[in-house]
Design a protein around this ligand. Structure first.
Ligand SMILES: Cc1cc2nc3c(=O)[nH]c(=O)nc-3n(C[C@H](O)[C@H](O)[C@H](O)COP(=O)(O)O)c2cc1C
Length: 343
């Protein structure tokens, strides 16, 4: 989980709700005794409130995973935290509750107004359609950006891409793993995949292993192994396997002579077809044939396409930004005189 202030707020709110709710369910009279409030006739209703508060707590904890995406949970909680105190003020003015009962209101509601309000404001701005003035960046300008800025700008230009771990093995059986985002589909029949390896001006273990072994694996990355996967891009010594260094497990499937990543949910084996050095920048285009695919049971939809909702892969932009991807739906086959429709 990404630990930003919004996630921390929702986690704390969730834990608080679960503790408070459980207390009220298990010891319904105690709040009334402590605050000198007369006991309700049916404590079961009060326990029911405790149960709802605790269940909300679970909602906050789940929302903490991605607060901007799960803003409706925060909104519903926020509304409860607004209406609760309004009801309390009314109850005070009708002499139903003593003021001392207000401790509950302070900790259950008031202290959360600002952080919940800020999360909702941030979510609002995040989801607002973005219409900004057009900014033109011509070659003259971006080629004069400082080196790192220019690289980050151009690297992120092609947007969100799938990220894989390339699993390889050298002639001595030493395994190697590296993260790549340049993997692309080359054709379905034959089943060909391509990806780009940086120029071999420095030592390139992945490239060397593919050259000598001719076989390698591609393993999709999901959130739980994202940090470990990112770490494989560090320059480890040749004799050190990134599997060990980055705490990912080697998996051998079907006696394939290159390692898979056990934690990956969708992985495939490939056989080198051709390597092409691209003259323009010295990078290497690897063209490979898919020889086997390993994925969860049920992940192949009726149409034959892989259901990525079962895989939850991460998308990458440039060399350090990662995104979650959500399916919008499938559109019908496009025909000239017909608007596509959602299937
Ligand atoms: C998100 C991300 C994407 C990357 N994509 C590629 C890529 O497509 N091709 C490449 O050669 N290196 C890419 N890299 C860099 C390699 O992971 C890095 O150079 C790694 O050390 C190579 O390992 P090796 O020497 O074991 O082959 C990427 C790094 C990151 C963080």
């Amino acid at each position: 989980m990404k630990k930003n202030w919004m996630s921390v707020t929702l986690l704390l709110a969730g834990i608080y709700n679960i503790i408070w709710g459980t207390w009220v369910v298990l010891l319904p009279h105690q709040v009334f005794n402590l605050t000198g409030t007369s006991l309700p006739k049916y404590p079961e209703f009060w326990q029911c409130i405790g149960m709802i508060v605790a269940v909300y707590g679970l909602g906050y904890i789940l929302a903490a995973k991605s607060p901007l995406k799960h803003w409706p949970i925060t909104l519903v909680g926020f509304l409860g935290k607004i209406f609760g105190p309004i009801g309390f003020v009314q109850a005070i003015s009708n002499d139903v509750f003593p003021l001392s009962f207000g401790w509950n209101i302070i900790f259950n509601d008031l202290i959360w107004w600002i952080p919940f309000g800020l999360i909702l404001m941030k979510a609002y701005h995040y989801h607002l359609p973005k219409k900004k003035k057009l900014r033109t960046v011509l070659q003259d300008e971006f080629s004069n950006f400082p080196d790192r800025k220019r690289a980050a700008f151009i690297n992120s230009l092609t947007g969100l891409k799938s990220v894989h771990l390339v699993g390889t093995q050298d002639d001595e059986g030493n395994t190697n793993l590296s993260i790549v985002s340049s993997v692309f589909h080359l054709g379905a029949s034959p089943a060909l995949i391509g990806f780009i390896v940086r120029p071999d001006s420095a030592r390139r273990d992945t490239l060397n292993n593919i050259r000598s072994n001719k076989h390698f694996t591609l393993n999709h990355i999901h959130e739980e192994i994202l940090e470990n996967s990112h770490q494989t891009s560090a320059r480890y010594p040749q004799e050190q396997s990134e599997f060990n260094a980055c705490e990912l497990s080697v998996q051998t499937l079907n006696d394939f002579p290159a390692p898979f990543v056990e934690e990956s949910r969708l992985k495939y084996s490939l056989e080198l077809v051709r390597e092409e050095k691209l003259e323009e920048n010295g990078t290497h285009l690897i063209i490979a044939k898919v020889t086997g695919v390993y994925l969860p049971e049920g992940a192949i939809s009726d149409s034959g396409a892989i259901d990525y909702e079962m895989i939850n892969p991460i998308a990458a932009c440039g060399l350090d930004a990662y995104y979650e991807a959500f399916k919008l739906g499938r559109l019908s086959y496009a025909k000239p005189e017909k608007r596509p429709y959602w299937l």
